[in-house]
Design a protein around this ligand. Structure first.
Ligand code: NAD
Length: 465
């Protein structure tokens, strides 16, 4: 019997771009069989050889950047320049972890009480389930596959059903780079719950690394609790963006555009709330509005497009509801605030770039992830007040601070309850840095040196010699 398939839709045209095999729980169990069979061989492969597979994957991904970027645009909708940026960023995780693969240090120390040595080894945790979202379909996957393979784990990866094509291409790249059969299994499915449950129930699966919403993360943590599966969670965000009156305002507006508009606002790191000190609030709002208004919106492959469609109609409805709620409570939409009415946007999931001023405290738009091109601006008077407002959220992924006073910048950065801070920078993501959140934004870190530790377990051997 032919496998059932599901359609992948282009968010700019609402047309079907491809059909993909729809994995069932039985397919998922077969993928775990292959990953489990490959684990002994892969974990025993010398780190240098594992590193070389990742290094070749880096080179292949860079060589195929145009194809992969076009695939990302076709299923996610982002402008092609951003898709190319994502491919570069995604490939860098393979390069970085190819370099980390040969630096898995254990240790030997004298037992403090005497009488022996304490020997510690680092061993791969085992077959790993990787679950990724649709907003960065390449980078969210390589950020997990890179460290997992470097550490000696084999993986079963389940991409988001909206963007399976990029994941399938990355699987091809890894095989072409020399990853043996079973080391990387991609299972695309519309039955996320059934497939993930089947995989998590399998005693050979020892690790779950999830990137997605806090809501689904919470569900998966409960499911993983049944077998005490080792979990890493990269969840939602609600990033505050603080602008002090002593900031370089040109830099702050530039940074705001990057922090807000990367991926059209569909990023966990997206600036979600702008807190601006009163003396510069009006000017900041005006300048931000001018920049937002000037953005060219359209299909991601068209020349000069800076803002693509959102991913689907639900996303547009959610953004619109948050904006309407804020406006009804007294906010003013100085730019945008609606779906575009122009005929050329009749197909596709578009929302106008929007700046909201005088947003009232308690508005839902300040509490929930907007995940769209909308910037709510709130005014503050005191440094303590800004930090308190910034921290008044269940999320703690990233915060942004703009100030001309470095001592203040560092003091405020220390006080912000988030895993990452952009200080006079609107972009924090870097494969060499530990990415992750506090509070309900997650558990664990990806990238940097820490990223590989999530796929390793320490084994302690008490030795007498
Ligand atoms: P989502 O939580 O809806 O889905 C993420 C993944 O989980 C998808 O692969 C989906 O198929 C799967 N999934 C959904 N329900 C499931 C279930 N019941 N059982 C098993 N799997 C299930 O998130 P999304 O809409 O794809 O992505 C957007 C979210 O991801 C935002 O909240 C964003 O902040 C977050 N995100 C976080 C990071 C980070 O690094 N912290 C990065 C990117 C995105």
């Amino acid at each position: 019997m032919a496998a059932a398939t599901f359609d992948v839709v282009d968010p700019a045209t609402e047309e079907v771009v491809a059909s993909v095999d729809d994995a069932t729980p039985a397919d998922a169990r077969a993928a775990v069989d292959r990953a489990a069979a490959a684990f002994p061989g892969w974990s025993a492969t010398p780190p240098r050889e594992r590193a070389e597979v990742l290094r070749r994957a880096y080179e292949l991904l860079v060589a195929r950047a145009d194809d992969v970027a076009a695939t990302i645009v076709g299923e996610n909708g982002k402008p092609v320049a951003e898709a190319k940026g994502e491919v570069t960023y995604a490939a860098e995780f393979f390069r970085w972890f190819s370099e980390e693969a040969v630096r898995m240090a254990g240790s030997v120390v004298d037992a403090p009480g005497g009488g022996g040595k304490l020997l510690t080894l680092q061993q791969p945790v085992g077959v790993s389930l990787l679950i990724t979202p649709w907003n960065f379909p390449a980078a969210m996957l390589t950020r997990k596959i890179g460290p997992a393979l470097a550490a000696g784990c084999t993986v079963v990866a389940k991409p988001a059903e909206l963007t399976p094509l990029t994941a399938i291409l990355i699987g091809d790249v890894l095989r072409a780079a020399g990853a043996p059969d079973g080391v990387v299994e991609i299972v695309a499915t519309t039955d996320a719950a059934g497939v993930v449950e089947a995989i998590l129930d399998d005693a050979r699966v020892r690790k779950l690394s999830f990137t997605g919403s806090t809501e689904v993360g919470r569900l998966l943590l409960a499911q993983a609790a049944k077998r005490i599966v080792n979990c890493s969670m990269e969840l939602g965000g609600n990033a505050p963006f603080l602008v002090f009156a002593d900031a370089d305002l040109d830099a702050a507006v530039e940074g705001a555009m990057v922090a807000k508009m990367r991926n059209g606002g569909e990023a966990c790191t997206a600036a979600n709330r702008f807190y601006v000190e009163r003396p510069v609030a009006e000017e900041f709002g005006r300048r931000l509005a001018e920049k937002m208004k000037a953005l060219r919106m359209g299909p991601g492959l068209d020349d000069g497009v800076q803002l693509g469609p959102l991913v689907n109609t639900d996303a547009v409805e959610k953004v619109d509801e948050l904006v309407r709620g804020a406006v009804d409570a007294g906010a003013e939409a100085v730019v945008g605030g609606r779906r575009p009415s122009d005929e050329k946007y009749s197909a596709g999931f578009y929302y106008e770039p929007t700046v909201l001023l005088d947003v009232q405290p308690g508005s839902k738009i300040l509490e929930e992830e907007i995940f769209g091109p909308v910037a709510p601006v709130v005014t503050f008077d005191e440094e303590d007040e800004a930090v308190r407002l910034a921290n008044a959220t269940e999320y703690g992924l990233v915060s942004y601070v703009y100030t001309g006073d470095l001592a203040r910048g560092l003091r405020v950065s220390e006080g912000l309850d988030s895993g990452m801070v952009g200080l006079n920078r609107g972009l924090v993501s870097d494969p060499a840095a530990p990415f992750g959140g506090t509070k309900q934004s997650g558990i664990g870190r990806e990238g940097g040196h820490d990223g590989m530790l999530d796929y390793l377990e320490s084994k302690y051997i008490a030795v007498q010699w």
